[in-house]
Design a protein around this ligand. Structure first.
Ligand code: NAD
Ligand code: SAH
Length: 412
């Protein structure tokens, strides 16, 4: 792929075409300048879709420093285009752990008033290494499920020092981004990395939350037999009634051709599972960082490793000759081997994010440290704009219906 600001710009323009809601928010911001002079440090995947978000925030008057939220997911041409556009970008594809955290620290050097995070690494760095900056931070937004779990834990332990909006938990984010976005882009990543035929294969999906449900649906749509693993009996029951086979990983491990983890948990695929797998099994993670598949156990189990048998595919050969294929080093396969979620779903996530930033900026004096839901009117606004862009209308309640829904006096 061409790495130049010009190539990145073309990519950003292409993404913007599918992001009418964020474009409309950006136009409003340009007129109203709600973030005039505000310093924002963001830790997000550096993609064309993120660039459109950066454009909206800049139009609103913000000064931005951006670091990557994953060492492998940066689109270098987009990073170059963003730097030309005036965003301080600290990101490059394929960096090591030390550089990843150095970049986060460099973004924090802007002394942010607002922080945007995806997985809580930036907030964590602020609270552990950059304590001197905490008094200046008035609030933050968190993009993903696992980040919010960490933040709630920080709030419970009274460690969190500023208010954070849980963008992930809003309906217009997780019902579409986590489900349809992860569903499509995860399979896209696996197909780009391996060119494998999914029809007729057994795909094991670990975790049947918002993401897992999307992945399972799309794998089934491509003709795969899907086995779901879960730890929550309710989710296991839900998957069963949706027609999936539900099994413990110890059983699924022997049967799967392709394994996809989307749990937000660690060690979901461990040494005993790896040891039971078939020759040629493909291992992919679309959940959180590189902890869901125990990569160290895979390294210990393997006699030989052939890195890069294809881009984003490493082959681990076990003592008996079986080969296991690890995609994207166990990191997010959809953002490493493909391009992340399509712009049309990031449109809603990032419009909610942009509006949440202005809400935070407005309400900051009133908010105490803690995790806040996105105000429901932002959710409705995002969905309304998205439907309007597609020329779709929904009904409105009649006055009688409104009264009926708010009254207990009327019987049936
Ligand atoms: P969720 O909470 O809705 O679902 C997670 C599910 O995994 C739950 O049902 C839970 O019971 C199950 N689970 C936990 N431990 C398990 C285990 N050991 N075995 C089997 N199942 C287990 O969360 P979600 O919104 O679906 O997000 C899942 C992960 O994906 C999170 O880390 C989130 O941050 C990440 N995420 C990734 C992308 C992406 O682009 N790849 C997009 C959105 C979210
Ligand atoms: N940063 C962690 C946490 C998971 S990232 C990690 O890299 O492991 C998951 C988040 O990536 C999702 O919540 C989703 O909103 C975001 N994402 C998916 N596709 C994206 C894209 N094209 N551009 C920017 N962010 C994207």
């Amino acid at each position: 792929m061409e790495i130049s600001g010009e190539a990145g710009e073309r990519r950003i323009e292409w993404a913007a075409r599918a992001m009418p809601v964020l474009r409309a928010v950006g136009e409003r911001f340009a007129a109203e300048r709600p973030l005039d002079g505000m310093r924002i440090a963001a830790c997000l995947h550096v993609t064309a879709e993120t660039a459109v978000l950066m454009g909206a925030l800049r139009a609103g008057g913000a000064e931005i420093a951006l670091a990557a939220s994953n060492p492998l997911s940066t689109q270098d041409d987009v990073a170059a285009a963003l730097a030309e556009y005036g965003v301080a970008v600290y990101a490059r594809a394929g960096v090591d752990r030390e550089t990843y955290y150095r970049h986060i620290n460099q973004a924090l050097d802007i002394a942010p008033e607002i922080v945007l995070d995806d997985g809580c690494d930036l907030v964590n760095t602020l609270h552990t290494e950059r304590l001197e900056l905490l008094p200046g931070v008035t609030g933050g937004c968190e993009e993903t499920t696992t980040g919010i779990i960490r933040l709630r834990q920080m709030a419970t332990e009274e460690a969190l020092r500023f208010p954070v909006v849980a963008v992930n938990d809003t309906r217009t984010k997780r019902m579409f981004d986590n489900r349809y976005g992860t569903g499509q882009s995860t399979l896209d990543g696996i197909m780009r990395a391996t060119n494998t035929l999914l029809a007729g294969k057994t795909v094991v999906v670990a975790g049947f939350g918002y993401c897992g449900r999307g992945v399972a649906e799309r794998a089934r749509g491509l003709g795969a037999r899907v086995i779901v693993t879960e730890i929550d009996p309710v989710k296991g029951l839900d998957a069963t009634l949706q027609g999936y086979e539900v099994r413990p990983m110890a059983v699924a491990a022997e049967r799967g051709d392709v394994f996809i983890t989307v749990t937000g948990n660690r060690d979901v695929i461990r040494a005993e599972h790896l040891a039971a797998m078939k020759d040629g099994a493909i291992l992919a993670n679309a959940g959180h960082f590189d902890v869901e598949i125990d990569v160290r156990a895979l390294e210990e189990l393997a006699d030989t490793v052939h890195p890069g048998v294809r881009p984003n595919t490493d082959e681990y050969v076990l003592a008996d000759g079986r080969r296991l294929l690890l995609l994207a080093e166990g990191r997010l396969v959809n953002l490493t081997a493909a391009e992340g979620h399509p712009a049309a779903v990031m449109d809603m996530s990032f419009a909610a994010q942009a509006l949440a930033v202005t809400w935070l900026a407005r309400e900051r004096v009133r908010l105490v440290p803690g995790v806040y839901d996105v105000p429901p009117e932002i959710d409705t606004e995002v969905a309304r704009l998205k439907l309007a862009a597609a020329g779709i209308e929904v009904d409105t309640l009649t006055p009688d219906q409104e009264t009926y829904l708010h009254s207990w006096r009327t019987g049936s």
